[in-house]
Design a protein around this ligand. Structure first.
Ligand code: GLN
Length: 490
């Protein structure tokens, strides 16, 4: 069984197709792993019965010759995706007991293609955070440990449960969402691959909204190939999401040719931030050398408005969040805390239902949107956002893809940075620019830091050019030969 868990999604797919084992056997192995891995707190809800039913149905389909691209493959879902009849919480107390009467488009696409659901994954409350320490259901633990230390580390956030589960082999792959880095940063912290596609590639329908102009779903997986396979099933035009873009979905796996000769890779000088640790610099240089050796051309580029990205994001995202989260009032969903009047019931419900970080964001958001401050903050941030997007457009005249670090550090300990929101927000310094510009971006495991923890490199592509991002990421993955497994993995 352990052998089954060692397979990548692509390998499991091919061996299932070859009849070497059944989806039920594979799913049972993962259900045992999920149980054995409970100390990581990666799951909010386990759905073993549903998983076995889905696996049985999948084996049936295969017998009938109706196998889909993800037929029989057990995966797990971030608890931000609505799953019909299955508790969906966004890791918030305010969604207590919420069982959606509908399925998100992305998860529906995955089931359409034959995938099997193991359960719903822990995350930061409403996807706000970089460490998975804001969940009502408790922190997720990173399966990795620092060299010579047993300290419990964060898996990154907000898709921390997804990253931990995939790294520890509790699921073949997982869905994540990325608003300012929530797929890429946890992927980097846990030594896995994660891609946020272009804004509009994946439908947001049925994904609990955080910041609607930034939110995108994407896969988190053990390898670039696995991410490419998952992504193809997840995305596609959806008339139910007005920002979904009607463009063809390529066969992303076919883009993994290993051939990057002549491709121009941009190195943005502004990403060389003050106080950047030497290990991050070293990894970045290593990435450049690998790509040069593979025949790519390295070009220096400039993204002059980079330093405004973080403050811009932390105005735009809370503004949209404050508006999106207005719907949680104790009337329609989840928790209700009674009061003497309707207003008091609203107040009691929201006071008890939201955690500290969510309240902080709602307060920042309502402040920057309020009369008198709107022009100074929100409108200004929107203008700067356009400038940041324009920087990328200009840069792509000189290069085809951009290489940068994913995070400014390796994973930190649970408890660290928790009392300092600014230090926490700084985690996103390399990931938010691509989010603000709506561009596809991926983190690929590229090495380890001095503390022995994984580190990712980031590739940022042109709009709807996930293929180049994936292709270059796979070349880095091959060169890095990142094979290390966390101590917790089966
Ligand atoms: N860490 C960022 C935040 O807290 C990004 C979160 C995300 O991408 N969902 O907002």
């Amino acid at each position: 069984m352990t052998e089954l868990l060692g397979l990548t999604l692509a390998e499991a797919r091919d061996r299932l197709a070859g009849g070497e084992f059944t989806s039920v056997e594979l799913t049972e192995a993962y259900l045992r792993a999920m149980e054995a891995g409970r100390s990581l707190n990666a799951f909010i809800t386990e759905t073993p019965e549903k998983a076995l039913d889905m696996a049985k149905a999948s084996d049936e389909r295969r017998r009938r010759g109706e196998a889909g691209p993800l037929e029989g493959l057990p995966i797990a879902i971030k608890d931000l995706f609505c799953t019909e009849g299955v508790l969906t919480t966004a890791a918030s107390h305010i969604l207590d007991g919420f069982k959606p009467p509908y399925e998100s488009t992305v998860t529906a696409n995955l089931w359409r293609d034959g995938a099997v659901m193991l359960g719903k994954l822990n995350m930061d409350e409403f996807a706000m955070g970089s460490a998975n320490v804001t969940s009502y259901y408790g922190s997720v633990r990173n399966p990795w440990r620092r060299k010579n230390s047993e300290a419990a580390l964060v898996p990154g956030g907000s898709s921390g449960g997804s990253a931990a589960a995939v790294a520890a082999r509790l699921a073949l792959a997982a869905t994540g969402t990325d608003t300012g880095g929530s797929i890429r940063q946890p992927a980097s912290f846990c030594g896995i691959a994660g891609i946020k596609p272009t804004y509009g590639r994946c439908s947001r329908w049925g994904i609990i909204a955080f910041a609607s102009s930034l939110d995108q779903a994407g896969p988190m997986a053990r390898t670039v190939r696995d991410a490419a396979i998952m992504l193809r099933s997840m995305c596609g035009f959806d008339p139910k999401d007005s920002t979904s873009v009607d463009v063809p979905v390529p066969d992303f796996e076919a883009a993994l040719t290993g051939d990057v000769r002549g491709l121009r890779v941009g190195i943005p000088k502004e990403y060389r931030v003050d106080g950047m640790p030497e290990e991050i610099e070293r990894l970045w240089r290593q990435g450049v050398d690998w790509l040069k050796a593979a025949g790519a051309e390295i070009v220096d580029i400039s993204l002059p408005h980079t330093k405004y990205a973080l403050p811009t994001y932390y105005i735009v995202a809370p503004a949209e969040a404050s508006s999106n989260l207005a719907r949680y009032d104790g009337v329609r969903y989840g928790l209700r805390v009674p009061g003497k009047s309707l207003i008091e019931m609203y107040e009691n419900t929201r006071a008890e239902g939201f955690g500290r970080e969510v309240k902080r964001r709602i307060m920042i958001g309502t402040y920057v949107l309020s009369a008198g401050y709107y022009d100074a903050y929100y409108l200004k941030a929107q203008k700067v956002r356009s400038l940041i997007a324009r920087d990328f457009t200009n840069a792509y005249e000189r290069c085809d893809v951009i290489l940068a670090p994913t995070t400014p550090s390796t994973a930190f300990a649970i408890g660290e940075k928790q009392d300092d929101p600014i230090a926490m927000y700084l985690n996103d310094v390399f990931t938010v620019p691509a989010s603000l510009a709506g561009l596809p971006a991926m983190s690929v495991p590229a090495g380890v830091g001095d503390d022995g923890l994984p580190l990712g490199l980031q590739l940022i592509g042109r709009p709807f050019d996930e293929e180049t991002v994936l292709k270059v990421a796979e070349v880095i993955e091959r060169a890095a030969e990142f094979k290390a497994l966390p101590p917790g993995a089966v």
